[in-house]
Ligand binder design. Structure first.
Ligand SMILES: Cc1cc2nc3c(=O)[nH]c(=O)nc-3n(C[C@H](O)[C@H](O)[C@H](O)COP(=O)(O)OP(=O)(O)OC[C@H]3O[C@@H](n4cnc5c(N)ncnc54)[C@H](O)[C@@H]3O)c2cc1C
Length: 364
């Protein structure tokens, strides 16, 4: 029986664990420290179609990643697990220069041909938006796409790990190589997946690797409002600010992108207050909200901001994924499933050569 270890149970590791657990003749063990995990700190917006990034490989991964949620939901529901971590309530995109909405609409319309998940696309006037969110401010018109979704990252990983039934050790571990085997926490494995996000460099350093992955601090604040927000679309003004209404009056406001803070996890109230103040100009109801929590996580990014996944060079049966940046809740489930497919020797939807590990991970 093949013994597979997964180090890191954020969205990538939890999805890989779930799909590997479905395969026969395989024993899967998961190790996850959990501290600073990006997945459980994330805002949870799934809406890649409006991105102006020119990186075609990234866009393909992101649009197929958004699509892949439908497969994941169906698989979990068939296995008897509720998919209440995901709701397609749509997105509202706001532009400072509203002339640009028509351009964005055209781009999305073109992209809808290969991504029907975008759904209904409309430029809405304020009076039309009022029917859904009564007091949204700071715009005359906005672009609405019904296919945008919100995901609760923590609930998603919990569901995946529960559905996989695998043993999860909640601890920080190191990796040793012994011949063609790997030793983790005193146990021997023939195959290892490193889905340890921003910490990949730390885990691979003892094996003599240099890794181009950097930490980016991200913070957001959760509020409880006495409103029924269940059907509210995600509100995306231009810039860092996003307002993500979840069900039962819970609303998240985020997120910061701090490249110079390393792995620091302290809450910076000044930055969160700034985001809150800006958010209130769009969504005044927030002023009546009670702060529920402040979350801090560490995203992983590479020097060219591209994610990667696949075989680690010069170490057989060692796989890694990292560098998912700000869109890892969108791309993470697909990457996790593709890693599982690689371990199982099955066909892949993405071409790994477009996301090469060797560009970011090398033996020195
Ligand atoms: C504030 C914020 C907002 C975001 N918003 C969005 C969004 O709206 N939409 C979107 O698509 N993406 C968003 N993201 C990005 C997304 O959350 C990440 O890209 C994604 O979750 C990364 O997943 P991962 O599995 O690669 O890593 P992580 O989720 O970081 O998981 C890695 C895990 O590995 C564990 N680990 C590391 N080293 C070890 C070790 N030695 N031993 C054991 N365990 C170890 C860590 O503790 C952690 O639990 C956001 C991120 C942040 C921080």
């Amino acid at each position: 029986m093949k013994k597979v270890a997964i180090v890191g149970a954020g969205i990538v590791g939890a999805t890989a664990a779930y799909y590997l657990s479905q395969a026969p003749d395989l024993a899967v063990t998961v190790f996850d420290e959990g501290k600073g995990q990006a997945t459980k700190a994330a805002a949870g917006i799934i809406s890649p179609w409006f991105s102006k990034r020119r990186n075609k490989a990234w866009y393909k991964m992101a649009r197929l990643g958004a699509d892949f949620y439908q497969t994941l939901l169906a698989d979990l529901e068939q296995a008897g697990y509720s998919a209440d971590f995901y709701q397609q309530t749509g997105v509202y995109l706001l532009k400072k220069n509203e002339e640009k909405l028509a351009e964005l609409y055209e781009l999305a319309l073109e992209r809808r041909a290969e991504s029907p998940l975008i759904g209904d696309l409309q430029i809405l006037k304020r009076s039309q938006v009022e029917e859904t969110i009564p007091d949204l401010q700071g715009f005359e018109r906005l672009l609405y796409a019904s296919g945008g979704a919100r995901v609760d990252g923590a609930l998603l990983t919990q569901t995946l790990l529960a559905a996989s039934g695998v043993k999860v050790y909640s601890k920080k571990v190191g990796l040793e190589q012994q011949g063609t085997d790997y030793i983790i926490d005193g146990q021997v494995f023939d195959t290892v997946i490193l889905s340890c996000g921003a910490w990949l460099g730390e885990v691979l350093a003892p094996l003599g690797y240099e890794v181009d992955v950097r930490p980016q601090k991200g913070q957001l604040r959760d509020y409880q409002l006495s409103l029924t927000t269940d059907d509210y679309p995600v509100i995306m003004p231009e810039g860092e600010l996003d307002i993500i209404p979840f069900g039962a009056g819970k609303v998240s406001v985020g997120a910061t992108h701090e490249n110079e803070q390393g792995f620091d996890l302290t809450v910076d109230k000044v930055l969160l207050d700034q985001l809150e103040e800006e958010a209130q100009t769009y969504f005044p109801a927030l002023k009546e909200g009670e702060v529920l929590a402040e979350r801090v996580g560490t995203r992983a990014y590479t020097s060219d901001f591209s994610p990667f996944f696949g075989q680690v060079p010069a170490s057989p049966n060692l796989y890694a994924a990292s560098g998912l940046g700000s869109s890892g809740l969108t791309t993470g489930p697909l990457i996790g499933q593709q890693l599982a497919q690689m371990v199982l020797g099955e066909d892949l939807l993405l071409e790994p050569e477009n996301y090469p590990v060797a560009r970011y991970v090398n033996k020195v």
